[in-house]
Ligand binder design. Structure first.
Ligand code: 5AD
Ligand code: SF4
Length: 583
Protein backbone atom coordinates (compact mmCIF):
# COMPACT_ATOMS: atom_id res chain seq x y z
CA UNK A 1 0.00 0.00 0.00
CA UNK A 2 1.16 3.55 -0.70
CA UNK A 3 2.44 5.32 2.43
CA UNK A 4 0.17 8.32 1.88
CA UNK A 5 -2.85 6.08 2.10
CA UNK A 6 -1.59 5.03 5.47
CA UNK A 7 -1.30 8.64 6.57
CA UNK A 8 -4.77 9.47 5.37
CA UNK A 9 -6.21 6.60 7.32
CA UNK A 10 -4.35 7.68 10.40
CA UNK A 11 -5.88 11.10 10.06
CA UNK A 12 -9.32 9.62 9.86
CA UNK A 13 -8.59 7.59 12.97
CA UNK A 14 -7.46 10.60 14.89
CA UNK A 15 -10.42 12.70 13.91
CA UNK A 16 -12.98 10.25 15.16
CA UNK A 17 -15.29 11.41 17.90
CA UNK A 18 -14.76 11.81 21.63
CA UNK A 19 -14.34 8.21 22.67
CA UNK A 20 -12.42 8.67 25.85
CA UNK A 21 -12.58 5.07 26.99
CA UNK A 22 -12.32 3.50 23.56
CA UNK A 23 -9.09 2.55 21.89
CA UNK A 24 -9.43 3.17 18.18
CA UNK A 25 -6.86 0.81 16.86
CA UNK A 26 -4.89 1.73 13.84
CA UNK A 27 -4.27 -0.20 10.73
CA UNK A 28 -1.75 -2.95 10.23
CA UNK A 29 0.25 -1.14 7.57
CA UNK A 30 0.88 1.67 10.01
CA UNK A 31 2.20 -0.57 12.72
CA UNK A 32 5.53 -1.28 11.10
CA UNK A 33 6.63 2.24 12.08
CA UNK A 34 6.62 1.45 15.75
CA UNK A 35 9.79 2.24 17.63
CA UNK A 36 8.81 0.48 20.86
CA UNK A 37 10.54 -2.88 21.10
CA UNK A 38 8.01 -5.62 21.64
CA UNK A 39 10.03 -7.14 24.45
CA UNK A 40 9.79 -3.97 26.55
CA UNK A 41 6.50 -4.97 28.19
CA UNK A 42 5.82 -7.87 30.53
CA UNK A 43 3.16 -10.39 29.45
CA UNK A 44 -0.42 -9.60 30.53
CA UNK A 45 -0.62 -12.89 32.39
CA UNK A 46 2.24 -11.71 34.60
CA UNK A 47 0.47 -8.40 34.97
CA UNK A 48 -2.76 -10.05 35.92
CA UNK A 49 -1.00 -12.05 38.58
CA UNK A 50 0.54 -8.85 39.94
CA UNK A 51 -2.73 -6.94 39.58
CA UNK A 52 -1.06 -4.04 37.79
CA UNK A 53 -3.35 -3.33 34.86
CA UNK A 54 -2.82 0.38 35.31
CA UNK A 55 0.53 0.03 33.54
CA UNK A 56 -1.28 -1.30 30.51
CA UNK A 57 -3.74 1.60 30.53
CA UNK A 58 -0.96 4.13 30.75
CA UNK A 59 0.74 2.49 27.78
CA UNK A 60 -2.49 2.84 25.86
CA UNK A 61 -2.70 6.51 26.75
CA UNK A 62 0.80 7.00 25.43
CA UNK A 63 -0.05 4.93 22.35
CA UNK A 64 0.72 5.88 18.75
CA UNK A 65 0.53 9.49 17.68
CA UNK A 66 0.25 10.95 14.23
CA UNK A 67 4.06 11.12 14.19
CA UNK A 68 4.19 7.34 14.44
CA UNK A 69 2.70 7.22 10.97
CA UNK A 70 5.00 9.81 9.48
CA UNK A 71 8.24 8.27 10.63
CA UNK A 72 10.61 7.00 7.99
CA UNK A 73 10.29 3.42 6.89
CA UNK A 74 13.18 2.13 9.00
CA UNK A 75 11.73 -0.82 10.87
CA UNK A 76 13.32 -1.78 14.19
CA UNK A 77 14.33 -5.41 14.64
CA UNK A 78 11.44 -7.50 15.89
CA UNK A 79 11.34 -10.53 18.14
CA UNK A 80 8.04 -12.22 17.43
CA UNK A 81 7.32 -15.17 19.66
CA UNK A 82 5.40 -16.86 16.88
CA UNK A 83 5.86 -16.59 13.13
CA UNK A 84 2.06 -16.55 12.70
CA UNK A 85 1.50 -13.45 14.85
CA UNK A 86 1.26 -10.00 13.29
CA UNK A 87 3.62 -7.19 14.26
CA UNK A 88 2.26 -5.53 17.39
CA UNK A 89 1.42 -1.83 17.56
CA UNK A 90 3.55 0.22 19.99
CA UNK A 91 1.14 -0.24 22.87
CA UNK A 92 0.97 -4.06 22.73
CA UNK A 93 3.51 -6.83 22.95
CA UNK A 94 3.66 -9.86 20.67
CA UNK A 95 2.71 -11.92 23.70
CA UNK A 96 -0.45 -9.93 24.26
CA UNK A 97 -1.58 -10.64 20.72
CA UNK A 98 -1.64 -14.37 21.32
CA UNK A 99 -4.94 -16.05 21.94
CA UNK A 100 -3.52 -18.19 24.74
CA UNK A 101 -6.04 -20.94 24.07
CA UNK A 102 -9.02 -18.63 24.74
CA UNK A 103 -12.16 -20.18 23.27
CA UNK A 104 -14.05 -18.18 20.66
CA UNK A 105 -17.73 -18.65 19.89
CA UNK A 106 -18.76 -17.11 16.55
CA UNK A 107 -22.38 -16.46 15.63
CA UNK A 108 -23.35 -15.34 12.11
CA UNK A 109 -26.34 -13.23 11.07
CA UNK A 110 -27.42 -12.08 7.62
CA UNK A 111 -26.12 -12.87 4.17
CA UNK A 112 -23.65 -15.36 2.72
CA UNK A 113 -20.95 -12.67 2.74
CA UNK A 114 -21.23 -12.78 6.51
CA UNK A 115 -20.86 -16.57 6.51
CA UNK A 116 -17.64 -16.11 4.56
CA UNK A 117 -16.52 -13.20 6.76
CA UNK A 118 -16.98 -15.44 9.80
CA UNK A 119 -14.56 -17.93 8.29
CA UNK A 120 -12.09 -15.12 7.51
CA UNK A 121 -12.34 -13.76 11.08
CA UNK A 122 -11.84 -17.25 12.45
CA UNK A 123 -8.86 -17.90 10.20
CA UNK A 124 -7.18 -14.76 11.58
CA UNK A 125 -7.92 -15.64 15.22
CA UNK A 126 -6.85 -19.24 14.80
CA UNK A 127 -3.45 -18.08 13.59
CA UNK A 128 -3.15 -16.00 16.75
CA UNK A 129 -3.63 -19.04 18.97
CA UNK A 130 -7.35 -18.89 19.74
CA UNK A 131 -9.47 -22.04 19.89
CA UNK A 132 -12.96 -22.37 18.48
CA UNK A 133 -15.95 -23.62 20.42
CA UNK A 134 -19.52 -24.34 19.41
CA UNK A 135 -20.59 -24.30 23.05
CA UNK A 136 -21.61 -20.86 24.25
CA UNK A 137 -21.08 -21.75 27.92
CA UNK A 138 -17.50 -22.72 27.21
CA UNK A 139 -16.63 -19.48 25.39
CA UNK A 140 -14.15 -16.86 26.61
CA UNK A 141 -14.89 -14.62 23.62
CA UNK A 142 -18.26 -14.29 21.88
CA UNK A 143 -18.26 -12.59 18.49
CA UNK A 144 -21.44 -11.74 16.57
CA UNK A 145 -21.02 -11.20 12.83
CA UNK A 146 -23.86 -8.78 12.22
CA UNK A 147 -26.20 -7.45 9.54
CA UNK A 148 -27.74 -3.97 9.18
CA UNK A 149 -29.73 -4.32 6.00
CA UNK A 150 -33.11 -3.96 7.72
CA UNK A 151 -34.21 -2.70 11.13
CA UNK A 152 -35.39 -6.20 12.05
CA UNK A 153 -31.92 -7.68 11.48
CA UNK A 154 -30.45 -5.19 13.94
CA UNK A 155 -33.22 -5.76 16.48
CA UNK A 156 -32.34 -9.45 16.53
CA UNK A 157 -28.76 -8.55 17.48
CA UNK A 158 -29.86 -6.14 20.24
CA UNK A 159 -32.04 -8.92 21.70
CA UNK A 160 -29.14 -11.33 21.53
CA UNK A 161 -26.90 -8.83 23.29
CA UNK A 162 -29.36 -8.65 26.18
CA UNK A 163 -29.17 -12.41 26.57
CA UNK A 164 -25.38 -12.31 26.47
CA UNK A 165 -25.33 -9.56 29.10
CA UNK A 166 -26.76 -11.95 31.68
CA UNK A 167 -24.24 -14.61 30.64
CA UNK A 168 -21.44 -12.11 31.21
CA UNK A 169 -22.75 -10.96 34.57
CA UNK A 170 -23.12 -14.54 35.83
CA UNK A 171 -19.58 -15.46 34.82
CA UNK A 172 -17.61 -17.07 37.64
CA UNK A 173 -14.76 -14.95 38.96
CA UNK A 174 -12.45 -17.93 38.74
CA UNK A 175 -12.69 -17.81 34.93
CA UNK A 176 -11.12 -15.20 32.63
CA UNK A 177 -13.64 -12.40 32.01
CA UNK A 178 -15.98 -13.04 29.08
CA UNK A 179 -15.36 -10.68 26.13
CA UNK A 180 -18.09 -9.82 23.65
CA UNK A 181 -17.56 -8.37 20.19
CA UNK A 182 -19.72 -7.00 17.40
CA UNK A 183 -18.31 -7.57 13.94
CA UNK A 184 -19.45 -6.55 10.48
CA UNK A 185 -22.13 -4.19 9.20
CA UNK A 186 -23.76 -3.21 12.49
CA UNK A 187 -20.38 -2.31 14.00
CA UNK A 188 -19.75 -0.16 10.96
CA UNK A 189 -23.15 1.53 10.92
CA UNK A 190 -23.57 2.29 14.61
CA UNK A 191 -19.95 2.57 15.76
CA UNK A 192 -19.73 4.09 19.26
CA UNK A 193 -23.51 4.00 19.69
CA UNK A 194 -23.17 0.27 20.36
CA UNK A 195 -20.41 0.78 22.90
CA UNK A 196 -22.37 3.50 24.67
CA UNK A 197 -25.66 1.62 24.62
CA UNK A 198 -24.28 -1.77 25.55
CA UNK A 199 -21.41 -1.27 27.96
CA UNK A 200 -20.86 -5.00 27.97
CA UNK A 201 -19.64 -4.94 24.36
CA UNK A 202 -15.84 -5.02 24.46
CA UNK A 203 -14.85 -4.83 20.83
CA UNK A 204 -16.17 -3.52 17.53
CA UNK A 205 -14.68 -4.53 14.18
CA UNK A 206 -16.08 -3.27 10.87
CA UNK A 207 -16.02 -5.52 7.76
CA UNK A 208 -12.56 -4.29 6.75
CA UNK A 209 -10.99 -4.60 10.20
CA UNK A 210 -10.89 -8.35 10.86
CA UNK A 211 -7.10 -8.42 10.63
CA UNK A 212 -7.10 -6.31 13.77
CA UNK A 213 -9.16 -8.76 15.83
CA UNK A 214 -6.15 -10.06 17.81
CA UNK A 215 -5.16 -6.47 18.65
CA UNK A 216 -8.69 -5.46 19.58
CA UNK A 217 -9.05 -8.48 21.85
CA UNK A 218 -5.67 -7.79 23.42
CA UNK A 219 -6.78 -4.27 24.31
CA UNK A 220 -10.08 -5.64 25.63
CA UNK A 221 -8.10 -7.87 27.99
CA UNK A 222 -7.40 -4.75 30.03
CA UNK A 223 -11.10 -4.06 30.44
CA UNK A 224 -11.07 -1.26 27.85
CA UNK A 225 -13.40 -1.11 24.89
CA UNK A 226 -11.61 -1.28 21.54
CA UNK A 227 -12.80 -0.55 18.03
CA UNK A 228 -11.71 -0.39 14.44
CA UNK A 229 -14.42 0.58 11.98
CA UNK A 230 -12.24 2.06 9.28
CA UNK A 231 -13.29 1.16 5.77
CA UNK A 232 -10.61 0.33 3.27
CA UNK A 233 -10.25 0.95 -0.45
CA UNK A 234 -8.28 -2.21 -1.05
CA UNK A 235 -8.90 -4.82 1.66
CA UNK A 236 -10.07 -8.08 0.07
CA UNK A 237 -8.49 -10.54 2.55
CA UNK A 238 -6.94 -12.10 -0.57
CA UNK A 239 -4.23 -13.84 1.46
CA UNK A 240 -6.54 -15.12 4.21
CA UNK A 241 -7.69 -18.64 3.43
CA UNK A 242 -11.08 -19.01 5.15
CA UNK A 243 -11.31 -22.03 7.44
CA UNK A 244 -13.92 -24.55 6.39
CA UNK A 245 -16.10 -24.87 9.48
CA UNK A 246 -17.75 -28.17 8.65
CA UNK A 247 -15.34 -30.93 7.62
CA UNK A 248 -18.19 -32.81 5.89
CA UNK A 249 -19.21 -29.75 3.84
CA UNK A 250 -19.62 -30.34 0.13
CA UNK A 251 -19.57 -26.66 -0.84
CA UNK A 252 -17.71 -23.51 0.07
CA UNK A 253 -18.02 -19.78 -0.45
CA UNK A 254 -15.20 -17.89 -2.10
CA UNK A 255 -15.29 -14.13 -1.74
CA UNK A 256 -14.17 -12.46 -4.99
CA UNK A 257 -15.05 -8.83 -4.40
CA UNK A 258 -16.29 -6.60 -1.60
CA UNK A 259 -18.26 -3.40 -1.29
CA UNK A 260 -20.69 -1.65 -3.59
CA UNK A 261 -20.58 1.55 -5.67
CA UNK A 262 -24.19 1.45 -6.81
CA UNK A 263 -25.83 3.52 -4.11
CA UNK A 264 -29.35 2.25 -4.61
CA UNK A 265 -31.34 4.83 -2.67
CA UNK A 266 -32.73 2.38 -0.06
CA UNK A 267 -29.55 0.48 0.71
CA UNK A 268 -27.11 0.77 3.62
CA UNK A 269 -24.54 -1.61 2.13
CA UNK A 270 -22.31 1.01 0.43
CA UNK A 271 -22.03 2.71 3.84
CA UNK A 272 -21.31 -0.40 5.86
CA UNK A 273 -19.12 -2.27 3.41
CA UNK A 274 -17.52 0.60 1.55
CA UNK A 275 -16.30 0.96 -2.01
CA UNK A 276 -16.26 -1.80 -4.58
CA UNK A 277 -12.91 -3.64 -4.87
CA UNK A 278 -12.01 -6.99 -6.39
CA UNK A 279 -9.62 -9.64 -5.29
CA UNK A 280 -6.78 -10.53 -7.67
CA UNK A 281 -7.73 -13.39 -10.03
CA UNK A 282 -4.63 -15.44 -9.12
CA UNK A 283 -5.51 -15.61 -5.42
CA UNK A 284 -9.09 -16.65 -6.20
CA UNK A 285 -7.89 -19.43 -8.49
CA UNK A 286 -5.46 -20.62 -5.84
CA UNK A 287 -8.23 -20.84 -3.25
CA UNK A 288 -10.56 -22.71 -5.61
CA UNK A 289 -7.76 -25.13 -6.50
CA UNK A 290 -7.18 -25.86 -2.81
CA UNK A 291 -10.89 -26.44 -2.26
CA UNK A 292 -10.96 -28.82 -5.20
CA UNK A 293 -7.97 -30.71 -3.76
CA UNK A 294 -9.85 -30.96 -0.45
CA UNK A 295 -12.64 -32.70 -2.37
CA UNK A 296 -15.25 -29.95 -2.29
CA UNK A 297 -17.81 -30.26 -5.06
CA UNK A 298 -19.29 -26.79 -5.25
CA UNK A 299 -18.05 -23.23 -4.88
CA UNK A 300 -20.18 -20.13 -4.75
CA UNK A 301 -18.33 -17.00 -5.83
CA UNK A 302 -19.43 -14.22 -3.52
CA UNK A 303 -19.63 -10.46 -3.66
CA UNK A 304 -22.11 -7.61 -3.15
CA UNK A 305 -22.07 -7.19 -6.95
CA UNK A 306 -20.28 -10.33 -7.91
CA UNK A 307 -20.57 -9.85 -11.68
CA UNK A 308 -19.19 -6.30 -11.48
CA UNK A 309 -15.87 -8.01 -10.69
CA UNK A 310 -12.88 -6.06 -12.04
CA UNK A 311 -9.36 -7.04 -11.12
CA UNK A 312 -7.16 -4.02 -11.79
CA UNK A 313 -4.12 -5.46 -10.05
CA UNK A 314 -2.31 -6.42 -13.26
CA UNK A 315 -1.13 -3.36 -15.15
CA UNK A 316 -1.23 -4.96 -18.61
CA UNK A 317 -5.01 -5.35 -18.37
CA UNK A 318 -5.66 -1.78 -17.26
CA UNK A 319 -6.51 -0.62 -20.76
CA UNK A 320 -9.18 1.76 -21.95
CA UNK A 321 -11.69 -0.93 -22.87
CA UNK A 322 -15.00 0.34 -21.55
CA UNK A 323 -17.47 -1.85 -19.72
CA UNK A 324 -20.24 -3.67 -21.57
CA UNK A 325 -23.44 -3.22 -19.59
CA UNK A 326 -26.65 -5.19 -20.17
CA UNK A 327 -28.79 -3.44 -22.82
CA UNK A 328 -30.90 -0.57 -21.38
CA UNK A 329 -28.96 -0.43 -18.10
CA UNK A 330 -26.93 2.42 -16.64
CA UNK A 331 -24.78 3.06 -13.58
CA UNK A 332 -24.93 5.70 -10.85
CA UNK A 333 -21.18 6.12 -11.16
CA UNK A 334 -18.74 7.22 -13.86
CA UNK A 335 -18.07 4.43 -16.37
CA UNK A 336 -15.19 2.18 -15.33
CA UNK A 337 -12.61 0.83 -17.75
CA UNK A 338 -10.22 -2.07 -18.16
CA UNK A 339 -9.25 -4.79 -15.72
CA UNK A 340 -9.95 -8.51 -15.76
CA UNK A 341 -13.72 -8.92 -15.76
CA UNK A 342 -16.16 -11.49 -14.42
CA UNK A 343 -16.34 -13.51 -17.67
CA UNK A 344 -12.58 -14.07 -17.54
CA UNK A 345 -12.72 -15.16 -13.89
CA UNK A 346 -15.69 -17.46 -14.45
CA UNK A 347 -13.93 -19.07 -17.39
CA UNK A 348 -10.77 -19.68 -15.36
CA UNK A 349 -12.56 -20.89 -12.23
CA UNK A 350 -14.76 -23.33 -14.15
CA UNK A 351 -11.69 -24.92 -15.79
CA UNK A 352 -10.09 -25.90 -12.49
CA UNK A 353 -12.22 -28.95 -11.81
CA UNK A 354 -14.97 -30.05 -14.22
CA UNK A 355 -16.56 -32.01 -11.33
CA UNK A 356 -16.92 -28.87 -9.26
CA UNK A 357 -20.12 -26.87 -9.60
CA UNK A 358 -19.76 -23.13 -9.83
CA UNK A 359 -22.43 -20.70 -8.61
CA UNK A 360 -22.21 -16.99 -7.96
CA UNK A 361 -24.17 -14.49 -5.90
CA UNK A 362 -25.29 -11.77 -5.66
CA UNK A 363 -25.10 -10.24 -9.12
CA UNK A 364 -26.46 -6.91 -10.35
CA UNK A 365 -28.62 -7.12 -13.52
CA UNK A 366 -26.59 -4.35 -15.19
CA UNK A 367 -23.48 -6.55 -15.54
CA UNK A 368 -24.63 -9.45 -17.70
CA UNK A 369 -22.78 -9.02 -21.01
CA UNK A 370 -23.18 -11.79 -23.59
CA UNK A 371 -19.74 -13.26 -22.75
CA UNK A 372 -21.01 -14.17 -19.29
CA UNK A 373 -24.28 -15.65 -20.58
CA UNK A 374 -22.47 -17.70 -23.26
CA UNK A 375 -20.07 -19.10 -20.72
CA UNK A 376 -22.91 -20.16 -18.41
CA UNK A 377 -24.58 -21.84 -21.36
CA UNK A 378 -21.46 -23.64 -22.56
CA UNK A 379 -19.79 -24.82 -19.37
CA UNK A 380 -21.39 -27.90 -17.87
CA UNK A 381 -20.17 -27.12 -14.37
CA UNK A 382 -21.43 -23.52 -14.24
CA UNK A 383 -24.92 -23.82 -12.79
CA UNK A 384 -27.74 -22.64 -14.99
CA UNK A 385 -29.08 -20.46 -12.26
CA UNK A 386 -29.13 -16.67 -12.15
CA UNK A 387 -30.19 -14.34 -9.36
CA UNK A 388 -31.55 -11.18 -10.94
CA UNK A 389 -32.70 -8.79 -8.18
CA UNK A 390 -35.53 -6.70 -9.65
CA UNK A 391 -36.64 -4.92 -6.41
CA UNK A 392 -39.80 -3.56 -8.08
CA UNK A 393 -41.93 -4.02 -11.19
CA UNK A 394 -42.68 -0.31 -11.51
CA UNK A 395 -40.34 1.87 -13.58
CA UNK A 396 -41.35 4.87 -11.46
CA UNK A 397 -40.27 3.12 -8.24
CA UNK A 398 -37.12 1.74 -9.89
CA UNK A 399 -36.14 5.29 -10.71
CA UNK A 400 -36.75 6.41 -7.13
CA UNK A 401 -34.64 3.44 -6.02
CA UNK A 402 -31.89 4.54 -8.46
CA UNK A 403 -31.58 1.05 -9.86
CA UNK A 404 -30.44 2.22 -13.31
CA UNK A 405 -33.06 0.36 -15.37
CA UNK A 406 -36.73 0.40 -16.28
CA UNK A 407 -39.18 -2.48 -16.02
CA UNK A 408 -38.97 -2.86 -19.80
CA UNK A 409 -35.16 -3.14 -19.82
CA UNK A 410 -35.33 -5.70 -17.00
CA UNK A 411 -37.95 -7.81 -18.81
CA UNK A 412 -35.92 -7.63 -22.03
CA UNK A 413 -32.89 -8.92 -20.10
CA UNK A 414 -34.97 -11.81 -18.70
CA UNK A 415 -35.99 -12.79 -22.26
CA UNK A 416 -32.41 -12.51 -23.47
CA UNK A 417 -31.14 -14.68 -20.61
CA UNK A 418 -33.83 -17.31 -21.24
CA UNK A 419 -32.97 -17.40 -24.94
CA UNK A 420 -29.24 -17.61 -24.21
CA UNK A 421 -29.46 -20.25 -21.46
CA UNK A 422 -32.35 -22.65 -22.10
CA UNK A 423 -33.81 -24.06 -18.88
CA UNK A 424 -32.14 -21.41 -16.70
CA UNK A 425 -33.50 -21.13 -13.17
CA UNK A 426 -34.19 -17.54 -12.06
CA UNK A 427 -34.47 -15.92 -8.67
CA UNK A 428 -34.99 -12.35 -7.51
CA UNK A 429 -35.26 -9.91 -4.59
CA UNK A 430 -38.24 -7.56 -4.15
CA UNK A 431 -39.00 -4.76 -1.73
CA UNK A 432 -42.64 -4.02 -0.79
CA UNK A 433 -43.70 -0.53 0.26
CA UNK A 434 -40.77 1.64 -0.81
CA UNK A 435 -41.18 5.41 -0.36
CA UNK A 436 -44.07 6.72 -2.47
CA UNK A 437 -45.08 3.28 -3.79
CA UNK A 438 -48.70 3.54 -4.93
CA UNK A 439 -51.18 0.69 -5.21
CA UNK A 440 -50.64 0.85 -8.97
CA UNK A 441 -46.86 0.49 -8.52
CA UNK A 442 -47.46 -2.48 -6.25
CA UNK A 443 -49.69 -4.13 -8.86
CA UNK A 444 -46.90 -3.68 -11.39
CA UNK A 445 -44.65 -5.72 -9.11
CA UNK A 446 -47.36 -8.36 -8.81
CA UNK A 447 -47.57 -8.46 -12.60
CA UNK A 448 -43.78 -8.78 -12.96
CA UNK A 449 -43.84 -11.79 -10.62
CA UNK A 450 -46.58 -13.32 -12.78
CA UNK A 451 -44.77 -12.50 -16.01
CA UNK A 452 -41.34 -13.87 -15.05
CA UNK A 453 -42.36 -16.85 -12.87
CA UNK A 454 -39.21 -17.00 -10.74
CA UNK A 455 -38.10 -20.33 -9.31
CA UNK A 456 -36.82 -18.83 -6.08
CA UNK A 457 -37.64 -15.46 -4.47
CA UNK A 458 -36.58 -13.25 -1.55
CA UNK A 459 -39.18 -10.68 -0.58
CA UNK A 460 -38.90 -7.94 2.04
CA UNK A 461 -40.90 -5.06 3.51
CA UNK A 462 -39.09 -1.75 3.07
CA UNK A 463 -37.12 -0.64 6.09
CA UNK A 464 -35.81 2.93 6.07
CA UNK A 465 -32.08 3.13 6.85
CA UNK A 466 -30.31 6.26 8.06
CA UNK A 467 -27.57 7.70 5.81
CA UNK A 468 -29.16 6.36 2.62
CA UNK A 469 -30.35 8.68 -0.13
CA UNK A 470 -33.95 7.68 0.55
CA UNK A 471 -33.51 8.69 4.21
CA UNK A 472 -32.31 12.16 3.19
CA UNK A 473 -34.54 12.81 0.20
CA UNK A 474 -37.67 10.66 0.36
CA UNK A 475 -40.46 10.00 2.82
CA UNK A 476 -41.07 6.60 4.36
CA UNK A 477 -44.77 7.21 3.79
CA UNK A 478 -46.22 3.72 3.42
CA UNK A 479 -47.84 2.65 6.71
CA UNK A 480 -46.37 -0.52 8.22
CA UNK A 481 -49.63 -2.47 7.84
CA UNK A 482 -49.81 -1.56 4.14
CA UNK A 483 -46.18 -2.66 3.61
CA UNK A 484 -46.95 -5.97 5.30
CA UNK A 485 -50.17 -6.50 3.37
CA UNK A 486 -48.37 -5.83 0.07
CA UNK A 487 -45.53 -8.12 1.12
CA UNK A 488 -48.03 -10.91 1.87
CA UNK A 489 -49.60 -10.42 -1.55
CA UNK A 490 -46.21 -10.60 -3.24
CA UNK A 491 -45.34 -13.76 -1.33
CA UNK A 492 -48.62 -15.42 -2.30
CA UNK A 493 -48.18 -14.57 -5.99
CA UNK A 494 -44.53 -15.58 -5.93
CA UNK A 495 -45.44 -19.01 -4.46
CA UNK A 496 -48.19 -19.60 -7.00
CA UNK A 497 -45.90 -18.75 -9.89
CA UNK A 498 -42.88 -20.62 -8.52
CA UNK A 499 -45.05 -23.71 -8.11
CA UNK A 500 -45.94 -23.44 -11.80
CA UNK A 501 -42.33 -22.76 -12.81
CA UNK A 502 -40.96 -25.68 -10.80
CA UNK A 503 -43.58 -28.02 -12.30
CA UNK A 504 -41.31 -28.21 -15.33
CA UNK A 505 -38.99 -30.41 -13.24
CA UNK A 506 -41.75 -32.89 -12.36
CA UNK A 507 -41.09 -36.29 -13.91
CA UNK A 508 -37.63 -35.18 -15.06
CA UNK A 509 -34.28 -36.67 -14.18
CA UNK A 510 -32.00 -34.21 -12.41
CA UNK A 511 -28.38 -34.31 -11.35
CA UNK A 512 -28.33 -33.67 -7.60
CA UNK A 513 -25.33 -32.93 -5.42
CA UNK A 514 -25.93 -34.71 -2.10
CA UNK A 515 -25.53 -32.47 0.95
CA UNK A 516 -26.49 -34.91 3.72
CA UNK A 517 -29.43 -36.40 5.59
CA UNK A 518 -32.75 -34.60 5.19
CA UNK A 519 -33.78 -32.56 8.24
CA UNK A 520 -37.28 -34.02 8.13
CA UNK A 521 -36.42 -37.71 8.04
CA UNK A 522 -33.27 -39.72 8.66
CA UNK A 523 -34.45 -42.15 5.96
CA UNK A 524 -34.06 -39.43 3.32
CA UNK A 525 -31.17 -37.55 1.81
CA UNK A 526 -31.14 -33.94 0.75
CA UNK A 527 -29.28 -32.27 -2.08
CA UNK A 528 -29.62 -29.58 -4.72
CA UNK A 529 -30.14 -29.68 -8.44
CA UNK A 530 -28.34 -27.43 -10.90
CA UNK A 531 -31.03 -24.76 -10.46
CA UNK A 532 -30.38 -24.74 -6.68
CA UNK A 533 -33.74 -26.33 -5.84
CA UNK A 534 -33.69 -28.54 -2.78
CA UNK A 535 -34.36 -32.18 -3.67
CA UNK A 536 -35.29 -34.82 -1.05
CA UNK A 537 -35.00 -38.50 -1.94
CA UNK A 538 -34.87 -41.87 -0.16
CA UNK A 539 -31.50 -42.94 1.23
CA UNK A 540 -31.53 -46.31 -0.56
CA UNK A 541 -28.93 -48.50 -2.24
CA UNK A 542 -28.39 -47.61 -5.88
CA UNK A 543 -26.29 -48.58 -8.83
CA UNK A 544 -22.78 -47.14 -8.90
CA UNK A 545 -22.39 -44.89 -11.95
CA UNK A 546 -18.86 -46.21 -12.60
CA UNK A 547 -19.64 -49.91 -12.18
CA UNK A 548 -23.23 -51.14 -12.67
CA UNK A 549 -22.48 -54.36 -10.71
CA UNK A 550 -21.86 -52.38 -7.54
CA UNK A 551 -24.66 -51.27 -5.17
CA UNK A 552 -23.81 -48.18 -3.15
CA UNK A 553 -25.43 -45.65 -0.84
CA UNK A 554 -24.99 -41.96 -1.67
CA UNK A 555 -22.70 -39.90 0.56
CA UNK A 556 -22.43 -36.12 0.96
CA UNK A 557 -20.46 -34.82 -2.00
CA UNK A 558 -21.73 -37.50 -4.39
CA UNK A 559 -23.64 -36.61 -7.52
CA UNK A 560 -26.83 -38.64 -7.84
CA UNK A 561 -29.29 -38.87 -10.72
CA UNK A 562 -32.74 -38.32 -9.29
CA UNK A 563 -35.65 -39.35 -11.48
CA UNK A 564 -39.37 -38.79 -11.26
CA UNK A 565 -39.13 -35.54 -9.38
CA UNK A 566 -42.33 -34.31 -7.73
CA UNK A 567 -43.28 -31.14 -5.91
CA UNK A 568 -43.56 -31.32 -2.15
CA UNK A 569 -47.21 -30.64 -1.42
CA UNK A 570 -48.47 -27.84 0.86
CA UNK A 571 -44.92 -26.68 1.19
CA UNK A 572 -44.36 -23.07 2.12
CA UNK A 573 -41.30 -23.44 -0.01
CA UNK A 574 -42.14 -24.08 -3.65
CA UNK A 575 -38.43 -24.52 -4.28
CA UNK A 576 -38.40 -27.90 -2.56
CA UNK A 577 -38.84 -31.09 -4.60
CA UNK A 578 -39.05 -34.81 -3.93
CA UNK A 579 -37.60 -37.58 -6.08
CA UNK A 580 -36.32 -41.12 -6.46
CA UNK A 581 -32.60 -41.72 -6.87
CA UNK A 582 -31.50 -43.56 -9.98
CA UNK A 583 -27.71 -43.73 -9.54
N1 5AD B 1 -35.36 -2.48 3.19
C1 5AD B 1 -35.82 -3.69 2.75
N2 5AD B 1 -35.09 -4.51 1.98
C2 5AD B 1 -33.86 -4.10 1.62
N3 5AD B 1 -32.91 -4.68 0.87
C3 5AD B 1 -31.84 -3.88 0.84
N4 5AD B 1 -32.06 -2.77 1.55
C4 5AD B 1 -33.33 -2.88 2.05
C5 5AD B 1 -34.13 -2.05 2.86
N5 5AD B 1 -33.68 -0.88 3.31
C6 5AD B 1 -33.10 -5.97 0.19
C7 5AD B 1 -32.92 -5.84 -1.33
C8 5AD B 1 -31.58 -6.49 -1.54
C9 5AD B 1 -31.59 -7.55 -0.47
C10 5AD B 1 -30.25 -8.10 -0.14
O1 5AD B 1 -32.13 -6.88 0.64
O2 5AD B 1 -33.95 -6.56 -1.94
O3 5AD B 1 -31.45 -7.04 -2.83
FE1 SF4 C 1 -27.39 -2.41 -1.95
FE2 SF4 C 1 -27.94 -1.78 -4.49
FE3 SF4 C 1 -25.39 -2.27 -3.71
FE4 SF4 C 1 -27.17 -4.29 -3.84
S1 SF4 C 1 -26.47 -3.04 -5.57
S2 SF4 C 1 -25.71 -3.87 -2.18
S3 SF4 C 1 -29.05 -3.28 -3.23
S4 SF4 C 1 -26.67 -0.56 -3.05
Amino acid sequence: MHPFQCVLRARRCLRRGPLASVSWLLLRTCRAHSSVPSSACPSPQRQQEDGVWKDFSSRLATGPTFQDFLRSASVPPEQPSSSEVEDPPPYLTVDELLGRQRRVYLETYGCQMNVNDTEIAWSILQKSGYLRTSNLQEADVILLVTCSIREKAEQTIWNRLHQLKSLKSKRLRSRVPLRIGILGCMAERLKEEILNREKMVDILAGPDAYRDLPQLLAVAESGQQAANVLLSLDETYADVMPVQTSPSATSAFVSIMRGCDNMCSYCIVPFTRGRERSRPVASILEEVRKLSEQGLKEVTLLGQNVNSFRDNSEVQFNNAVSTNLSRGFSTNYKAKQGGLRFAHLLDQVSRIDPEMRIRFTSPHPKDFPDEVLQLIRERDNICKQIHLPAQSGSSRVLEAMRRGYSREAYVELIHHIRESIPGVSLSSDFIAGFCGETEEDHLQTVSLLREVQYNIGFLFAYSMRQKTRAYHRLKDDIPEEVKLRRLEELITVFREEATKANKSFVGCTQLVLVEGPSKRSAADLCGRNDGNLKVIFADAEMEDATDSRLRVRAQPGDYVLVKEMWQSLNSANPGSMGGVSLR
